[in-house]
Design a protein around this ligand. Structure first.
Ligand code: COA
Length: 157
């Protein structure tokens, strides 16, 4: 039985994240979406409870997909979950440069491998920052975040 961990900050989750979750669920027996409680980039706009709630909505009908939150290193979370590999999405070469460093460091620390899934073209322009900006200015969120959480993201701003 193969367990995969898909870590992220998900501040908020995007249609691109959802695509990766669905595709990742198809290549493992159990997928754990692991929400990083904090980010080293900045303070998150959505609290950990809010991000959990949104992801709960997104995975509620998915078999063998679970949700956890973690603080600290991704590899410690993966070890605790006895994960066989990590999943990360790649949108562009910019992601690749950052991801390759992280995947190499994670493999050095624990031997865990990272499997990269390349985003479909319609999602490569999406980012949580962009979505927060659109929401803050009252712009339309359809096509950026899953319909089931549009109102949630809008209400927050
Ligand atoms: N579609 C659309 N957007 C995507 C995406 C996809 N498939 N994949 C990533 N993104 C975007 C997100 O929207 C987000 O945008 P933003 O920068 O504008 O907010 C950005 O890419 C990255 O988000 P995400 O994938 O949620 O997480 P992250 O790269 O910020 O965090 C962690 C990755 C979880 C591994 C990291 O933050 C963490 O918690 N690390 C803990 C410490 C650790 O172990 N570090 C590694 C040491 S080697």
């Amino acid at each position: 039985m193969k367990t995969a961990v898909y870590p992220g900050v998900f501040d908020p989750p995007t249609l691109g994240h959802l695509e990766i979750i669905k595709r990742a669920a198809g290549i493992c027996d159990k997928l754990v979406v692991a929400i990083s409680e904090s980010t080293n980039k900045r303070k998150t706009a959505f609290s950990i409870d809010e991000r959990k709630k949104m992801l709960d909505i997104l995975i509620k009908d998915m078999d063998h997909v679970e949700l956890v939150s973690f603080s600290g290193l991704v590899v410690d979370c993966a070890l605790e979950l006895k994960a066989d590999f990590l999943i990360r999405g790649l949108r562009s070469g910019v992601d690749f440069d950052y991801e390759i460093q992280m995947a190499s460091a994670n493999a050095m620390m624990t031997g865990i491998q990272t499997i990269f899934l390349v985003s479909s073209p319609q999602y490569t322009h999406l980012s949580s920052t962009l979505i927060r900006e659109i929401a803050a200015c009252g712009g339309p969120l359809q096509g950026f975040v899953p319909d089931s959480i549009v109102e949630y993201v809008r209400r927050k701003n």
